[in-house]
Ligand binder design. Structure first.
Ligand SMILES: [Zn+2]
Ligand SMILES: [Zn+2]
Ligand SMILES: [Zn+2]
Length: 452
C-alpha cells in the first residue's frame, strides 16, 4: 500500500527548492567559506562538470602527508557500540579512564549473567575508579562531563563540547529535564524505535534538529534587525522560508537520493520482491518520521518533516556511508602491559589478567559510528587513489583524517577509494554499483581494454 505523507503534497514547492542541487557558484562560495572558518589550507573543493564536485590539491603532498582533517557536520556512535565504549557525544574522543572503559563494558555486558561475587565487587570498584589498574595513568583520558539537559544518555569530554552539542542539536533530542523537545515521552519512543529498527534514524533526527536550531538562530537575528528597522520606520519583509533554506545549506551540499530508492537490495531478498522491499523501507521511514514529529515538530519548519526530505537525508548517509572510527585506548593499555619486563609483568598480570579474560577476544572495540564529513564526501572515487582515510596514533577524535598514499602535485584531484581497491574489475564494478556509478578511472579503462 502506498504511503501518503500530507506534508509532501502541501509543501511540494518548498521541498523541491530544498532538494535542488546547489549551483556551482553556491558550491564554490560555501566551501570557500568553510575553508576560511575551519582553517584548512592545501586543498580546494571545486564544482566539476561530470561528477558535481571534486577536491583538488592546492599544494604538493608527499606520500604519507596529511592532506586534510575533516570535521564532521553530523555524526553518531552506533547504538550497539555504546556498551563497548564511552565517548564524547560531540567529538567522539574516549572519556573517563581506562578503569571506567573496562569496568563499564564488563558491567553492561555482564548484566543478566552473574559472575562470581569477588569479581563483581572488583568490577564495582573499577567502574567507580576506586580500584586503580597498574600503569593506567600513562593513558590519561578527559573526565566525564554530564549533559546539561540532565539526560544521562550522552556524556562529553569538556564543557565546551557539551555546550556545542547542546546548541547544535542535542537540546531538541535530549530526554532529560532540560530538553527543548515537545515531549520527552514521544522522543523516547522515537529513539526506541530507531534502536530496534535502524539507528540511522537518529542521525537523520540530528540533521533535522540542527537545521531547525540554525533556522531559529537566523530568525532571532533577523527579528532583532527588523525591530531596529521598525524603530527607524522602514519595514523589511524577510521570508522565513529563505532562512530555512539558509539553515539547510550545509546539508544541501551532500548528494541525495531517497533512501528507499538507493538502498542496496539485501542478498536474501529475491529480485522479484524488490518493489515490495522498497515499499517496506518507505513504510519504516514513515513510521519513524511520525514518531519524530510527535517529539520535535516545528510549525515554521514543516517542509523538513516531509517524508521526501526524511528519505533524502537518510539516503545521503546511505550513499556516502562514511564510517566514524576512533581507536580504543584500552588496546594501547593492554599492549603496554604485555610489553612489560617479565618480572614486573607477572605481578601486574595478577590484577589485569582477570579483566582481560573477562573481556575476551573483543577486549578493545573501536568507537564505531556514521557521520557526514563535508569535504571527504566531495572526494571522488578512484580504483588507484592518491589518498586514503587513515587514523594515525595522534588522531584520537571523530574527525576524518585523509593522508596522501602517493605524491600529489598542486592542481591534481585528490581521490580516495570507496571500496577495497585490491579486488578485480568485475567485483569492483559490482560494489560501486551500490554507489550508483560505473568507474571510469584510468585503471578501470586500462583493465577493461586488456579484457577486450
Ligand atoms: Zn569532546
Ligand atoms: Zn541530554
Ligand atoms: Zn576505477
Amino acid at each position: 500500500m502506498e504511503v501518503v505523507c500530507p506534508i509532501d503534497a502541501q509543501f511540494a514547492h518548498e521541498i523541491s527548492l530544498l532538494l535542488e542541487p546547489p549551483s556551482p557558484l553556491q558550491v564554490q562560495e560555501y566551501f570557500d567559506q568553510l575553508a576560511t572558518t575551519k582553517h584548512f589550507d592545501g586543498i580546494q573543493v571545486k564544482p566539476t562538470n561530470d561528477y558535481g564536485k571534486g577536491v583538488y590539491a592546492d599544494m604538493d603532498f608527499e606520500e604519507e602527508d596529511l592532506v586534510l582533517k575533516d570535521q564532521m557536520l553530523v555524526g553518531m556512535q552506533h547504538s550497539s557500540n555504546k556498551i563497548d565504549c564511552l565517548v564524547c557525544g560531540c567529538c567522539f574522543r574516549f572519556i573517563g579512564s581506562i578503569e571506567i572503559q573496562i569496568g563499564r563494558k564488563l558491567y553492561l555486558q555482564g548484566l543478566g549473567s552473574p559472575k562470581d561475587d569477588s569479581f563483581n565487587e572488583k568490577l564495582e570498584l573499577l567502574m567507580h575508579e576506586k580500584l586503580e589498574l597498574p600503569h593506567s595513568k600513562k593513558f590519561p583520558l578527559p573526565g566525564v562531563i554530564n549533559c546539561p539537559g540532565g539526560c544521562k544518555e550522552v556524556y562529553y569530554c569538556s564543557k565546551s563540547c557539551a555546550q556545542a552539542d547542546w546548541d547544535f542539536c542535542h537540546s531538541l533530542l535530549c530526554t532529560g529535564e532540560g530538553s527543548k523537545s515537545l515531549s520527552n515521552k514521544a522522543l523516547s519512543k522515537f529513539i526506541q524505535h530507531a534502536n530496534e529498527t535502524n539507528d540511522i534514524f537518529i542521525l537523520a533526527a540530528k540533521a533535522i534538529s540542527c537545521t531547525i536550531l540554525k533556522y531559529r538562530k537566523l530568525k532571532a537575528a533577523c527579528d532583532k534587525e527588523k525591530q531596529k528597522e521598525k524603530e527607524k520606520n522602514h519595514l523589511s519583509h524577510v521570508h522565513n522560508f529563505s532562512l530555512l533554506l539558509k539553515g539547510w545549506e550545509p546539508l544541501s551540499m551532500g548528494y541525495k537520493r531517497r533512501w528507499w530508492d538507493c538502498i542496496a537490495l539485501p542478498d536474501d531478498v529475491d529480485v522479484s520482491d524488490e518493489a515490495s522491499f522498497r515499499m517496506q523501507i518507505k513504510h519504516l521511514a514513515f513510521e519513524s518520521l511520525e514518531l519524530l514529529k510527535a517529539a520535535i515538530l516545528d510549525e515554521e519548519c514543516l517542509p523538513l518533516f516531509s517524508l521526501e526530505i526524511y528519505g533524502n537525508i537518510i539516503g545521503m548517509y546511505e550513499l556516502n556511508n562514511l564510517d566514524l572510527v576512533v581507536a580504543s585506548p584500552v588496546e594501547d593499555y593492554f599492549l603496554y602491559i604485555d610489553d612489560l619486563l617479565e618480572a614486573e609483568k607477572k605481578e601486574v598480570d595478577e590484577t589485569t589478567q582477570p579483566f582481560l579474560d573477562a573481556l575476551g577476544e573483543h577486549y578493545s572495540v573501536c568507537c564505531q559510528g556514521t557521520a557526514f564529513y563535508p569535504i571527504q564526501s566531495c572526494m571522488n572515487h578512484s580504483c588507484s587513489p592518491n589518498a586514503k582515510a587513515f587514523k594515525r596514533e595522534e588522531d584520537k577524535d571523530g574527525q576524518a583524517t585523509i593522508l596522501a598514499c602517493k605524491p600529489i602535485t598542486k592542481g591534481q584531484e585528490v581521490t580516495i577509494s570507496y571500496i577495497d581497491e585490491d579486488l578485480e574489475l568485475e567485483e569492483r564494478r559490482a560494489l560501486l554499483a551500490d554507489y550508483g556509478f560505473i568507474c571510469k578511472c584510468a585503471r578501470c579503462v586500462e583493465e577493461e581494454a586488456a579484457q577486450n
